[in-house]
Design a protein around this ligand. Sequence first.
Ligand code: ZN
Ligand code: CU
Length: 482
Amino acid sequence: MTHHDLILRRATVIDGTGAPRYRADVAVSGDRIAAIGDLGAHAATREIDAAGKVLAPGFIDAHTHDDRAVLCGPACMACKMSQGVTTVVVGNCGISLSPTRMSRRPPPPLDLLGGEEWWTFDSFGAYAGKLRADPAPVNTVALIGHMSLRVEAMGGDTQRPATDAEAERMRARLAEALAEGASGFSTGLYYPPNILAPTEEVIAVADALRAAGGLYVTHMRDEGDGVLTSIEETLRIGRESGSGVVISHHKCTMPENFGRSAETLPRIAAAAREQRVAFDVYPYAAGSTVLIPDRLRADVPVRLTWSVPHPEQAGRMLDDIARDWKLTPREAAERLLPAGAIFFQMDEADVRRILADPLAMIGSDGLPHDARPHPRLWGTFPRVLGHYARDLGLFSLEAAVRKMTGQTAAVFGLIDRGVIRAGAFADLVLFDPDQVRDAATYDAPTLPAEGIAETWVNGQSAFAAGAATPARAGRLVTRGRG
Ligand code: ZN
Ligand code: CU
């Protein structure tokens, strides 16, 4: 009789490939899936009756800012494990916690990750070493951020394009990080001061990806009027650096651009026949980032998520704060800085069209250090499974799971993850398909999702009975290296 660590009996398996669900017993030994099928002749140390529940590959959060959260223990990652997430991609939007140290508060948007006390890694190798010494409860895939590279290479003088020598310094630092286990390069060209970086600077740095095979991942320069031009810029950077590209949190912002996903998605689909391209998306019609007073508009409602000088205002609408202070919204925003906010700037029909696209991967873009975060931090994955797949019927549960597992693993080159198959890593989530739903809202943004029974990372139970376990079984996962 074969003995395993764990057997889940009579589970409904949704395997992450998009294939139809099937009933089976699934056995786990060590960090791997050992067997799938009728395992009546097998026994295990722990057996779970999974009848009526779905067993899926653990979800891969394609877009996060968890660079710091993965370093601070299971409680910090409960927001993700409570959703069934077992792997996070960190370092997005040009923002990564390495390879640069800070002696004073980093400029926005780098400060999304926290004040200078968190910026202690002058190489990616040092960051990776910390993850190995003090493992995270989930797996980590890391990107290196353009802005982090710029601050270091340009000696803090970033309000201009980089010189050739500075771009070469960034390229070399990126190449070093890729050799130390990073999986790609991210930009946030939307943000000042990165917006001053010309396409040629980005191509020069991204050249490091050619040899390493890493991805180019971008918060594009313009997601509004210029969204198509930005897509062309992204595709060009991918072609000229020989890398696959990922468009971050694809959206069409501002009321005058509502509906334009009907133009962007066909363009991306056409490009995908010529080069490697994918995108991530979160299931909400509002974005969230640092507060930039220059970019405020009367027709985009803003809700404050954090403020250094005025933490007591977090959670309130900017218009209400401005009225109380007898200021214009712009003046109030200036007084709140440094700060972050939620921007209600998208169209629900675009959100649905983008989510349903076959190239879409689910990424939360959650901001774990915000006082009153966007609900995507705690709700993204169950919202896709419950609200969009089950309740609205936007796509099948199998398609929804694929967008958060197999598809993402394929794009990021994660070997033996994102799929339920004998021999694959035992990153798993067990959930109730009738109960799964997001509970977090803009008013109550940190309520854990419902219907997630248990989450396993590399075979270890990471979230069970509504709480994170003490396990720290996560690994640094490197593109193409398992
Ligand atoms: Zn972004
Ligand atoms: Cu982001």
